[in-house]
Design a binder for this molecule. Structure first.
Ligand code: ZN
Length: 162
């Protein structure tokens, strides 16, 4: 689940542990169709046999908001509600398979391409989540510095190089 990957990455970058409770809370929010209050989530988690204090839920929700994975909503009820940000974000992601760093980006060209492809294939798009896996700058550097760099990219494996 990408949202969970992103949360894990956020915690990692901020040197915070991914506790079982944090994971359960995040998962409950990510799976929820509608916005949830802290009480809603406490009930939901209790139903799953997870006994998590409301203060912990509240703090975890704040982390999710800081990570850009959830949104805080105030309907003037005297308490806040939260909803995950999975569906409406048309962002794309670069994910480092070595350190887990996630870079979020958005390019209009991607949106245009998506619209082109969708209309060509007759498809009504609801959401998009493009994940590009590879190495971030730091990890790519660490990867290549250990190795002897030989002739730059011997592309022509065979005799034909034209
Ligand atoms: Zn990396």
């Amino acid at each position: 689940m990408l949202m969970m990957d992103l949360f894990r990455s956020y915690l990692h970058q901020n040197r915070l542990p991914l506790t079982h409770q944090r994971e359960a809370i995040a998962m409950a929010l990510f799976e929820a169709e509608h916005h949830q209050s802290v009480d809603d989530l406490a009930d939901l988690l209790r139903g799953r046999g997870e006994h998590v204090g409301k203060a912990t839920i509240y703090r975890t929700l704040n982390l999710l908001v800081e990570a850009g994975l959830a949104r805080e909503l105030d309907f003037g009820e005297g308490f806040k509600r939260y909803e995950h940000q999975a569906g409406e974000t048309q962002h794309d992601y670069l994910i480092c398979t070595s350190c887990g760093k996630v870079a979020r980006f958005r390019r209009e060209a991607m949106d245009r391409l998506q619209a082109d492809v969708a209309s060509e294939l007759g498809f009504a798009v609801q959401s998009r989540m493009l994940k590009i896996y590879g190495f971030c700058d730091a990890c790519a550097g660490a990867e290549s510095s250990g190795q002897a760099v030989g002739s730059p990219a011997s592309v022509g494996a065979g005799p034909e190089t034209g």
